[in-house]
Ligand binder design. Structure first.
Ligand code: PLP
Length: 483
C-alpha cells in the first residue's frame, strides 16, 4: 500500500511561516508611553486564498482523524459528525457565563436535560457537568468521596487502583491527598477478588475501576467486587473512558458503582486531539448528591424559579455539602452542547448500535491481524503484543502505511503492548486497510522499523535533544545556531 504525506516547500521540509511569505509594515499608534511602544511593526499580510492554502497545507502535513483511521486504544479517537459543530456554532449556544439565570432558561434547560440523559445512561441519580475532562472528573469524584467519608466522621486515607488502570487514576487519587494502593491484576487480566480482599481495609475510601478495563475485558465478578468494597465501607468509582463498549446495554449504576465520570469527548461527540477541550461530567448515586460541585441546575416545581424572571423554570443552586467549584462557570460549555446534540440525534437505538459496532469492529480487526492478543474475550479494544519487535518502532512504521498507530507500551501487563481501538465509526474496508498495515509491519525487519517513518512530512523526531536543549524561538532554515 502506498502512502505519502504532503510536502510543500522546495526543500521538502516545511511550509514557510506566513511571516516568511509576506509581511506588511504597520504604523503603531497606541495610547501608551513612548518608551513602551515602537513606531511600526511588521505583520504577516496574506491574501485570503494564501491564508486558506497555508492552513490547508499544514493540515495535510499532519495526521488526523480525517486523514485515516486512528485506533489509539483507550483514547477513543473517533470521527465526530459535523452537525454537532454546527449546533455549537449557533449564536444562541454562546451565552455570556455571567448572564442572569432568568435570561438563559434555554441554556439551563439544556444543562438539565443533558444531566438527566447522562444519569439515565450511567444509572446514576445526579450529574455535574462542570469538570473539563475525564481526569478532572476523576479528581472531582475522589474529592466527593473524601467529603462523603469526612461527613460521616470517617478518616479513610487509601484509594485502590488496579495496575491496568490509566495513569490519571493514580494521579487523581494522589493529588487529592490519598495513598494509592496498587492492585495487581489476576492471571486473566481482571481484578482478582483475593488480591482485592487483601487490598481493602478500614482505610479504603474507594476502588477506582474501568469496566471493560484497558485490556477491553469485562469484569465478570463486578457484583462481588462491589459487595466487597461496600462491605469494607468504601465507594466504587467508575472510570467512564470505555463506556462506548456498554452504551445502552449495561449501566455502571446497576453494577454497584457509586461515582462515575463520562469522557463525553470519547463516548459521545467532540474531537479531543491535541489535548482538548473535553468535558468530564461526574455522576453520583443519591447519597452523594449533596456533595456535588456548585452550582447545580434544578427544575422548579411551580415554574417560579426564585432567581428567574416570573415563569422561569430552571434555577442554579448550591448542593448542601458541596465540595465547591472545580472549574469556572459550567465547564467547557460548547463541548456539552455537542454531547447533547449527539445523544439527542442518536437516541436509544443509535447509542445501543454504537456500542455494538465498537465491539464488532474491535473483534473483526483482531481476527485480521497477525500479532498475538494474549487476553480476551475483549469488547471495544484489545491489546496485542508486538512480540520481538519494539512496539514504539511498530507505531512509527505504521504511519508509513497511512494509518495512525495504536497506543503503545501500555498497559504493562502485555509485553510490547499495541493497545488498539478501531472505534464504532470505521467501516469494513477501513478495518481491512488497518489490518493490512499491521500485518505488513509485523513481517518487517528491525532495520526497516528503525528507519521509520519514511513517508511522513516530519520524520523521526529527536525527543531527547528537544527536551534537553530546547530551541524555543523560530529561526529560518540556514540560520542554525543564531537565536
Ligand atoms: C482518557 C482516559 C482517562 C482520562 O481522561 P481525559 O478525558 O483524557 O482526561 C482516564 N481513564 C482512561 C481509561 C482513559 O482512557
Amino acid at each position: 500500500m502506498s502512502y505519502d504525506q504532503a510536502r510543500w516547500s522546495e526543500d521538502d521540509q516545511y511550509e514557510p511561516l506566513l511571516s516568511e511569505k509576506c509581511t506588511r509594515e504597520v504604523d503603531v499608534d497606541a495610547p501608551l508611553p513612548d518608551d513602551l511602544t515602537r513606531d511600526s511593526l511588521e505583520l504577516p499580510a496574506p491574501s485570503e486564498p494564501e491564508l486558506a492554502r497555508h492552513y490547508t497545507r499544514l493540515s495535510q502535513m499532519n495526521y488526523g482523524v480525517e486523514s485515516g483511521p486512528f485506533p489509539l486504544g483507550s483514547c477513543t479517537m473517533k470521527y465526530n459528525p459535523k452537525f454537532t459543530e454546527d449546533l455549537a456554532a449557533l449564536p444562541s449556544a454562546s451565552v455570556h457565563p455571567d448572564r442572569h439565570p432568568g435570561t438563559v432558561q434555554g441554556t439551563l434547560a439544556l444543562m438539565g436535560r443533558l444531566s438527566a440523559y447522562l444519569a439515565e445512561i450511567g444509572g446514576m441519580d445526579a450529574v455535574t457537568l462542570q469538570p473539563p475532562a475525564g481526569a478532572a472528573g476523576e479528581y472531582t469524584g475522589v474529592l466527593i468521596a473524601r467529603a462523603y467519608h469526612e461527613h460521616n466522621g470517617e478518616d479513610r486515607s487509601e484509594i485502590v487502583v488496579p495496575d491496568s488502570a490509566h495513569g490519571t487514576n493514580f494521579a487523581s487519587a494522589a493529588l487529592a491527598g490519598f495513598d494509592v494502593v496498587e492492585l495487581p491484576s489476576g492471571e486473566d487480566g481482571r481484578v482478582d477478588p483475593e488480591a482485592l480482599d487483601a487490598a481493602l481495609s478500614e482505610d479504603t475510601a474507594a476502588l477506582m475501576l474501568t469496566n471493560p478495563n484497558t485490556l477491553g475485558l469485562f469484569e465478570r465478578d463486578i457484583e462481588q467486587i462491589a459487595e466487597m468494597v461496600h462491605e469494607a465501607g468504601g465507594l466504587l468509582y467508575y472510570d467512564g473512558a470505555n463506556l462506548n463498549a456498554l452504551l445502552g446495554r449495561a449501566r455502571p449504576g446497576d453494577m454497584g458503582f457509586d461515582i462515575m465520570h463520562y469522557n463525553v469527548h470519547k463516548t459521545f461527540a467532540t474531537p479531543h486531539g491535541g489535548g482538548g477541550p473535553g468535558a468530564g461530567p461526574v455522576g453520583v448515586v443519591s447519597d452523594l448528591e449533596p456533595f456535588l460541585p456548585t452550582p447545580q441546575v434544578r427544575e422548579t416545581d411551580d415554574g417560579s424559579g426564585q432567581q428567574g424572571e416570573p415563569g422561569s423554570k430552571y434555577e442554579l443552586h448550591e448542593p448542601e455539602h458541596s465540595i465547591g467549584k472545580v472549574h469556572g462557570f459550567q465547564g467547557n460549555w460548547l463541548v456539552l452542547v455537542k454531547a447533547m446534540a449527539y445523544i439527542a440525534r442518536l437516541g436509544d437505538e443509535g447509542l445501543t448500535d454504537a456500542s455494538a459496532k465498537a465491539v464488532l469492529n474491535a473483534n473483526y480487526l483482531a481476527e485480521g491481524i497477525d500479532y498475538e492478543i494474549p487476553f480476551g474475550p475483549f469488547h471495544h479494544e484489545f491489546v496485542a503484543s508486538a512480540g520481538d519487535q519494539d512496539a514504539a518502532a511498530v507505531a512509527k512504521r505504521m504511519l508509513d502505511y497511512g494509518v495512525h498507530p495504536p497506543t503503545t507500551k501500555w498497559p504493562e501487563i502485555v509485553d510490547e503492548a499495541l493497545m488498539t481501538e478501531p472505534t464504532e465509526v470505521e467501516n469494513r474496508r477501513t478495518l481491512d486497510q488497518l489490518a493490512a498495515a499491521f500485518d505488513a509491519v509485523a513481517a518487517e525487519d528491525e532495520e526497516t522499523l528503525d528507519d521509520a517513518p519514511q513517508r511522513t512530512t516530519a520524520r523521526y523526531i529527536d525527543q531527547v535533544t528537544a527536551a534537553r536543549e530546547p530551541r524555543l524561538s523560530w529561526q529560518a532554515l540556514g540560520e542554525e545556531g543564531e537565536e
